[in-house]
Structures are given as C-alpha cells and as structure tokens.
Design a protein around this ligand. Structure first.
Ligand code: ATP
Ligand code: MG
Length: 233
C-alpha cells in the first residue's frame, strides 16, 4: 500500500476533528476525498503531510510508519502536497517557483532545467517562465503549484481542492493533467475535490462527514444519493 491510514484521531485544542479515520491509497491509484465544507478534509491532508499531529492512529507510507516524521522528511520520502489556495510565491518568477519544488528531492539534480514533462502537462507555463507568479491567473497559478510539486518527484501527490475558484475551461485542463500524471508516471494521487466530473476521474472515493469516513467505493458506482449528500452540485 502506498498510503495506509488507520484509526486516526486529530484534535484542534479540545475540538475533536477527525474521528477514527481509515483510508488507503494503492500504488498508481487516484483517490478522491469528498465532503461538505468544514468536515475535516484539509485537516486530514495536513495530518498526512505532517503539519498536524494525530492524537492516536497510524499513518503508513510505503509500509513505513511516518507518524513521527517531520513534514520535510515526509516530502523527501515522496509525499508531494499542493495546499488549498495554492500558495505559490507571488514575487518569484514562474521558474523560481518551479525550482523551489526541487527542495523536496532527496538529492538535488545537477541541472536547474525544468523537465519537458512538466511543460507537456502544463504548456502554458513554458511561455511564462520569466513572469512573476503573482501575475498569473488563478488557473495558471494552480497549474504552477501542481508542477512545482512534481519537481520534487513525489510517489504520492496530494491535492487540496485544485479547482476551487477556477474557471470551467481551466478545470478541464487541470483534470486532464492530473489524470495524465496518474496514467503515465505511476504516481498515486489523493485529492479533495468538489466537481463531480473531476471526482469521476478518480478510481476510488471516500466521503467524509463530521470528521468520519461514512461512505467509500469505486467512483464508477457513485450513486445519486452519495453525490447529493457529499458534493455541492
Ligand atoms: N486552525 C484551526 N483551529 C481550530 N479549528 C480549526 C482550524 N482549522 C480548521 N478548524 C476547524 O476544523 C474543522 C475542519 O476544518 P477543515 O479545514 O479540515 O475542513 P474542510 O473539510 O477542509 O473544509 P473546506 O471544504 O471548507 O475546505 C472545521 O470545523 C474548522 O472550523
Ligand atoms: Mg479544506
């Protein structure tokens, strides 16, 4: 198993946010976490990457227990993360933003060139390498944030609502790029997403309510009931 979470409980102070969460991602699998606002989706992702400490439960990555590893150690083990809201650095150029992604690698490459694979996935970035990140549109910034995470050569790519606030034509591009990453690189993906069309690109879904996983299954069997309960469509 690429990622295996069992019986995870996470608190903010005294508020019990995640309750006995079990979730797994297999190698090469694309998994989507769905659920309404405020149910704990981001909290789960932040716990996986090490920004929050669970009170109990296990997080295993590639068979290894990682509960006690720092976020930096987890990144170097191969967990890439694109936060909700993207968090690219507006004053730096597109190229400088991309190069920051190299810090997640265990060994720095000799060359500081951006691989053509990144541009194949996100052609728009190639023409914009010298532009400031902050001058890009929301959709372009999201593509930059995903590309930056790929620069770290992750085995597992975690995306928190990559299409939030983005116009429909760009949503389709981002969706296609993520699907292509899974199909061509063997990278596993765990994403939080609200758009049904994007959710359907995943192989498997988990639905969260009040910090618990309350439904899960193949996305080919997403019922109307699940869609209405857990997605804002
Ligand atoms: N730093 C914090 N301190 C205290 N409570 C928090 C903090 N961050 C989030 N919460 C609470 O934890 C719960 C889960 O929040 P979380 O951000 O994980 O939800 P979410 O499912 O990602 O929501 P959204 O769809 O709006 O992104 C919410 O009730 C939220 O108010
Ligand atoms: Mg969130």
């Amino acid at each position: 198993m690429m990622l295996e979470i069992s019986n995870l409980n996470v608190y903010y102070g005294e508020s019990h946010i995640l309750r006995n969460v079990d979730l797994s991602v297999q190698p090469g699998q694309m998994v989507c976490l769905i659920g309404r606002n405020g149910v704990g989706k981001t909290t789960l992702l932040k716990t996986i990457i090490g920004l929050l400490k669970p009170r109990s439960g296990q997080i295993k990555f590639d068979g290894q227990l990682i509960n006690l590893k720092s976020p930096d150690q987890r990144a170097k083990m191969g967990i890439g993360y694109v936060p909700q809201g993207r968090e690219i650095i507006p004053q730096l150029t597109v190229k400088e933003n991309l190069l920051l992604g190299l810090e997640a690698r265990r060994k720095l490459p000799k060359s500081q060139d951006i691989s053509e694979e990144v541009f194949a996935l996100f052609p728009v970035l190639k023409a914009m390498l010298t532009r400031r990140g902050g001058d890009l549109s929301g959709g372009q910034q999201q593509q930059l944030a995903i590309a930056r995470a790929l620069m770290g050569q992750p085995q597992l790519l975690i995306l928190d609502e990559p299409t939030e606030g983005i116009q429909p034509s760009i949503i389709i591009e981002i969706e296609a790029a993520v699907r292509l990453i899974v199909a061509t690189t063997g990278i596993s993906v765990l994403l939080v997403e609200q758009h049904l069309h994007f959710v359907r690109q995943a192989d498997y879904y988990y639905a969260m309510q009040k910090g618990s996983i309350v439904a899960a299954g193949s996305t080919s069997e997403l019922s109307q009931e699940v869609i209405q309960r857990f997605l804002a469509v």
